[in-house]
Design a protein around this ligand. Structure first.
Ligand SMILES: [Zn+2]
Length: 192
């Protein structure tokens, strides 16, 4: 049993988490209900997410997960592209045709952090969007997330700037700034 236009793994996961918009949700449901291959994929993914659901929550285009979850995806044979972005550092990134998930790990010191907000900055450093209270594991030393692969595939060459803030009663504290220099499919080009 195979499927000619299989649903993306991250779409299936977002579906399971109830985070798709109503249109995508209806389309996803219609497809997998009529497709044995994709129903099976959804079952496998749900099983896996349950096992390692310490942190698995999506927020719009991003899915926040644990490193354990990422490791298990690879073990299951899924193609996972991972980027580690050092504290206040940058990374050159892309998405290749065979990738199932693209993960980024933003390194930061998280001990004693109670809440983290993720901020998208424009080129002049102004806040474009702010995601409040994103999931994280304090002792992991970073925030791990996956941006929906259909969104990444549609991106032109662009620079994406993210900021992590530690939020508590006294306000916002800067945890770190991270830059993604994204290029569309880089077949043949070395990753850095
Ligand atoms: Zn299918």
């Amino acid at each position: 049993m195979s499927c000619r236009s299989p649903l993306d793994w991250d779409r299936l996961l977002a579906y399971w988490l109830g985070e798709l918009d109503p249109d995508s949700e209806a389309r996803t449901e219609e497809h997998y209900l009529g497709c044995a291959a994709c129903s099976r994929r959804l079952e496998q993914l749900v099983e896996l997410a349950r096992e390692v659901c310490a942190v698995t929550r999506s927020s719009g285009v991003n899915l926040f997960v644990s490193e354990e979850f990422v490791r298990r995806l690879s073990e299951k044979g899924l193609q996972v592209r991972e980027y580690r972005v050092p504290l206040n550092g940058s990374v050159n990134c892309t998405v290749a045709p065979g990738d199932d998930f693209v993960m980024a790990r933003l390194e930061a010191r998280l001990d004693e952090v109670k809440r983290i907000d993720m901020v998208y900055l424009d080129s002049s450093g102004e806040t474009q969007m702010r995601r409040e209270d994103v999931p994280f594991i304090a002792q992991s030393g970073g925030v791990v997330f996956s941006t929906r692969i259909d969104i990444l595939r549609a991106l032109p060459a662009t620079t994406l700037r993210l900021r992590l803030l530690a939020v508590d009663d006294s306000g916002d504290g800067l945890l770190g700034d991270y830059t993604f220099n994204h290029t569309p499919d880089c077949s043949g080009q070395l990753e850095q």
